[in-house]
Design a protein around this ligand. Structure first.
Ligand code: SF4
Length: 369
């Protein structure tokens, strides 16, 4: 990493004192941020973070796989792709009652948002009807709702929004230049179109990427530049570390240096000052120190204590212990109809040190659900 980065541009100079939301960051500006001395970068990210968020609050969500495996897409990192032989147990679309039951358990254990993921290229009409019903039932429990169902057109997005869907997740994954090395069954443009449909329908956007897929440093900067160009910025930006699953084409790719990963979190925080930056897949493999650095760099959202779609996620007990150690607390939910009750529930769940049954309720295996 260069010890003599380019001098900051005028827009960068204003950043520390007056964090602003911009969509026109050049690649050179973003690369200059990546090249800052580590301490300078983290200091900048902390300044931006503190201007917009409670620095010790972390938003927590729960994630359930509602339809697992046999996906027709060929994303090289994904064990759910039907193109690769992994040990994954395939599951049909879950019954609505089962999803509602899991959502209720997640709410009672302290989650404020319930995310549901289906391994589809895009939802078929008959499936869309079912997931719309799931959304309205989960919403009626007082939870925020999020779904990831593959590509959606503007009509589908409007119907999901009408059913009460708050967030739609659709990741850009990597840079436009590297994208073809990772996925061939749909284009970068397809992804941007889905995000435009989601935004047009009035839903909040959750979009980020995966690092450690063999991409070059420039690809990491270019991914963040693509996210920054979205107007408004995605409300939620998951930054994932590749989980190398045996049987996928990326199972033997070289490990990404955790410091490079932390730099990417910090740069994302600076570029998208008002977005929640989510420390997402790959947390299981991270040391507590790396996770602590990620929070210091501006990450302020996690999936809490359960399994992340099909890969293991640190268990609830470890998360609670880490929150305690770092003095973190769950973020108060913005749109909750009864914030004080929700906050009490969240804090009670995070404070629970020995309730294994509660931990078990959170630590279900989405692939077996
Ligand atoms: S990442 Fe999503 S679209 Fe790609 S193979 Fe996996 S489930 Fe399918």
């Amino acid at each position: 990493m260069s010890s003599a980065p380019n001098p900051p541009s005028p827009s960068e100079q204003t950043l520390a004192g007056n964090p602003e939301v911009r969509h026109d960051w050049s690649l050179a500006e973003i690369e200059a941020l990546f090249a800052l001395p580590f301490n300078d970068l983290l200091f900048r990210a902390q300044q931006v973070h503190r201007a917009h968020f409670d620095p010790n609050a972390v938003q927590v969500s729960t994630l359930l796989s509602i339809k697992t495996g046999a996906c027709p897409e060929d994303c090289k990192y994904c064990p759910q792709s039907g193109h690769y032989n992994t040990d994954l147990d395939k599951e049909k679309l879950l019954e609505i009652e089962k999803v509602v039951e899991q959502a209720r358990a997640a709410r009672d254990a302290g989650a404020s948002r319930f995310c549901m993921g289906a391994a589809w290229r895009s939802p078929r009409e008959k499936d869309l009807e079912v997931v719309m019903e799931m959304v309205s039932r989960v919403k009626s429990l007082g939870l925020e709702t999020c779904m990831t169902l593959g590509m959606v057109d503007s009509d589908q997005a409007k119907r999901l929004a009408g059913a009460g869907l708050d967030y739609y997740n659709h990741n850009l994954d990597t840079s436009p230049e590297y994208y073809g090395e990772i996925i061939t069954t749909r284009t970068y443009g397809d992804r941007l179109e889905t995000l435009a449909s989601v935004r047009e329908a009035g839903m909040k956007v959750c979009s980020g990427g995966i690092l450690g897929m063999g991409e070059a440093p420039r690809d990491r900067a270019a991914l963040l530049q693509q996210l920054v160009r979205l107007e408004p910025h995605p409300e939620s930006v998951p930054i994932n570390m590749l989980v190398k699953v045996p049987g996928t084409p990326l199972e033997d790719v070289e490990d990404l240096d955790p410091i490079v990963f932390i730099r990417a979190i910090a740069v994302a925080r600076i570029l998208m000052p008002r977005s929640h930056v989510r420390l997402s897949a790959g947390r299981e493999q991270m040391s507590e120190s790396t996770q602590a650095l990620a929070f210091l760099a501006g990450a302020n959202s996690i999936f809490y204590g359960e399994r992340l779609l099909t890969t293991a996620n640190p268990q609830a007990e470890r998360d609670r212990a880490l929150f305690d150690k770092l003095g973190l607390h769950p973020e108060r939910r913005e749109t909750c109809t009864d914030d004080s009750r929700q906050q009490e529930t969240l804090e009670a769940a995070m404070a629970l040190k020995t309730g294994q049954s509660r931990a078990d309720a959170l630590a279900y295996d989405a692939t077996l659900a």
